[in-house]
Design a protein around this ligand. Structure first.
Ligand SMILES: [Zn+2]
Length: 153
């Protein structure tokens, strides 16, 4: 990577709040293999963080493999419950990756805690999908339209 490109990449990370970027999952700090990535998929949130190419690929693969709704779809009109579920799915994947990395690094307790929190959030995702289905069936596709709550995207 040319020095000019490397510096531009470092400036981009700094602009997003990461003056000394490392992968949020594994801690890789070589800027040549870091990417600024939307943590919960671009359609769900503007929150970005550095991920190395390996962790990014694993994260994306886990998002694609998630059962149920496609969390990366570009439907800005979807209901708030589905958006919340999509963000929670991203959190669960991040926690599982952090937990797995902590366990591989010898911190078994921290890894177990991350994974346990992720499993707990999975129950919230199931609830979001079930409540969405119930409200959709009972009140139709616009069941949450008219709510004035602003989502912090
Ligand atoms: Zn990584």
């Amino acid at each position: 990577m040319k020095e000019l490109s490397r510096r531009a990449k470092v400036r981009k990370f700094a602009k997003h709040g990461y003056p000394n970027p490392t992968c949020v999952v594994c801690g890789e700090g070589d800027v040549r293999c870091l990417e600024l990535n939307h943590i919960f998929a671009e359609t769900n949130s503007d929150l970005c963080g550095p991920k190395c190419t390996n962790c990014h690929a694993i994260f994306s693969d886990m998002q694609e493999d998630h059962e149920g709704e496609d969390v990366r779809r570009c439907d800005r009109e979807r209901g708030g419950l589905l958006l919340q579920a999509a963000i929670l799915i991203g959190m669960v994947i991040l926690l599982v990756l952090l937990g797995t990395h902590a366990q591989k690094s010898g911190n078994e307790s921290l890894g177990t805690m991350y994974i346990s929190i992720g499993e707990t959030l999975t129950a919230c995702i199931t609830f979001d999908f079930a409540l969405h289905e119930h409200l959709f069936d009972k009140y139709g596709p616009d069941y949450d339209k008219g709510l004035t709550l602003e989502l912090p995207l």
